[in-house]
Design a protein around this ligand. Structure first.
Ligand code: CU
Length: 120
């Protein structure tokens, strides 16, 4: 019996299953890719969740100086850094000595933005 290809595709593979299989394959490929270029910034997670202590409030530039814990995803030891704040967040809402848990986004090698404070 002749079955048109598009029907065969529908029969042989539900949309959900296909999407899942393709996604899994793509992820596997990415993983392999990452191992080959560990040091490349593009291969690292763009957003990480980490925590630290506010060491300075820079109201003029709307930045926070934060002593952050080690960030294994970026191969970064604990250190003090200046972070930008995502639109809508105010540096003046924070104070020195305050512990925070936050999501941190890396846009390029030296630009880091706190996108969300989970716990303060
Ligand atoms: Cu750092």
């Amino acid at each position: 019996m002749f079955i048109p290809f598009k029907d065969l595709a529908l029969v042989g593979c539900s949309v959900m299953l296909c999407a899942a299989a393709l996604t899994a394959q793509a992820e596997e490929h990415n993983m392999n890719h990452k191992h080959k270029q560990m040091a490349s910034v593009q291969s690292m997670a763009e957003v990480v969740t980490t925590s630290g202590v506010v060491k300075g409030v820079l109201a003029q530039t709307n930045q926070l100086k934060v002593q952050h814990q080690r960030i294994p995803e970026w191969d970064m030891r604990e250190m003090q850094m200046k972070f930008n704040l995502a639109p809508g967040m105010q540096a003046s809402d924070f104070k020195e000595g305050q512990p925070i848990e936050f999501r941190l986004k890396q846009q390029n090698m030296m630009k880091f933005t706190i996108t969300e404070v989970i716990d303060q």
